[in-house]
Design a protein around this ligand. Structure first.
Ligand code: NDP
Length: 246
């Protein structure tokens, strides 16, 4: 197992990619904390982690609230003693063409996808700095590298996340903390299920491997970045997209 004796915190862990990363880490031996806005959904994932024989902390917390994230981090540290691995996964979309995009849709996406990662990293990294050890993994998107019509807010937030990742990597390299990002392509989750079938077909045709990704495809890249296999890797973006962008 790759994560024995490790502790992890995954934001937005109630479903989709975040849930799969949490369960993957637990299968690899880690104790795992998860947060989400929905208390019932997140408690269920806590139960799934415990069913794998690991300790779990499941907290209802919104990543846009420094107070809620601060309280969640305290609760996790009380239970586990420390957080070795942070996965900033919580994310939302509010798609519209830019000329029709509201301030509210811009602000909401930037607040969750980018500021949420800043708030959570800051809260978790204090302990990592003291221990001179830690791994930060940010879930970005190929859209942050490539752009996408109708997703200016989302693409900007994910491009920002790449800049945040590289800056943390530079600030923290001398303190034993690595920061890397995973940039998924089109992954089958509730986020993408909402798209019209015509859009899904167009996207599928753009994937050289001819299929959409599964949450587990992203979890495997996150596992590499969370484990000792990537100890000399920092400031990188691993694209997991079936070959869409190369
Ligand atoms: P889902 O919508 O299935 O899951 C997102 C999770 O984040 C939900 O559990 C949601 O819970 C949670 N969340 C949303 N807002 C907040 C918040 N403010 N505080 C805490 N939790 C929150 O999406 P995916 O699993 O598909 O996406 C996970 C990540 O992967 C996102 O960052 C997304 O941008 C990224 N990604 C996804 C791709 C895809 O094709 N699916 C492609 C590229 C990147 P709730 O709303 O109940 O609080």
């Amino acid at each position: 197992m790759l994560l024995e004796e490790r502790t992890a915190f995954v934001t937005g862990g109630a479903r989709g990619i975040g849930r799969e990363i949490a369960l993957c880490f637990a299968r690899e031996g880690a104790d795992v904390a998860v947060c989400d806005r929905d208390a019932a959904e997140i408690a269920a994932v806590g139960g799934e982690i415990e069913a794998l024989g690991r300790r779990a902390v499941a907290v209802a917390a919104d990543v846009t609230s420094a107070a809620e994230i601060g309280a969640a981090v305290n609760k996790i540290v009380d239970a586990f003693g420390r957080i070795d691995i942070l996965v900033n996964n919580a994310g939302i979309t509010r798609d519209a063409f830019l000329v029709r995009m509201s301030d509210a849709d811009w602000d909401a996406v930037l607040a969750v996808n980018l500021k949420g990662a800043f708030i959570t990293s800051r809260a978790v990294m204090k302990g990592m700095v003291k221990r001179r050890s830690g791994k930060i993994i940010n879930i970005a998107s190929i859209v942050g590298l490539w752009g996408n019509a109708g997703q200016a807010n989302y693409a900007a937030s994910k491009a920002g996340l790449v800049g945040l990742t590289k800056s943390i990597a530079k600030e923290m390299a001398s303190r034993g903390i690595t920061a890397n990002a995973v940039a998924p392509g089109f992954i089958e989750t509730r986020m993408t299920a909402a798209l019209p079938e015509a859009v899904r077909e167009k996207m599928r045709a753009a994937v050289p491997m001819g299929r959409f990704g599964a949450p587990g495809d992203v979890a495997k890249a996150a596992l590499f970045l969370a484990s000792g296999l990537s100890d000399y890797v920092t400031g990188q973006v691993i694209v997991v997209d079936g070959g869409m962008i190369m």
